[in-house]
Design a protein around this ligand. Structure first.
Ligand SMILES: [Zn+2]
Length: 63
């Protein structure tokens, strides 16, 4: 719920984002892959989306 230091770290690392779905990535290649997928399909590619900052932060919070 509250923004932990870990979450802030992830947000700082979110240098690249997909302008279509809004997910953030640490690597430009991943953001490009996501953007290509999102422009062709109406849904996110799970294998790419699972590498997003959002998905990683969510995973860190799950115990
Ligand atoms: Zn996307």
């Amino acid at each position: 719920m509250n923004l932990s230091a870990k979450n802030v770290f992830f947000l700082v690392e979110a240098k690249y984002s997909c302008s279509i779905c809004g997910l953030h990535y640490t690597k430009k290649e991943l953001a490009d892959m996501c953007h290509m997928w999102c422009s062709k399909h109406d849904s996110c590619n799970l294998s790419v989306a699972s590498k997003s900052i959002e998905a990683m932060a969510r995973r860190k919070n799950v115990k």
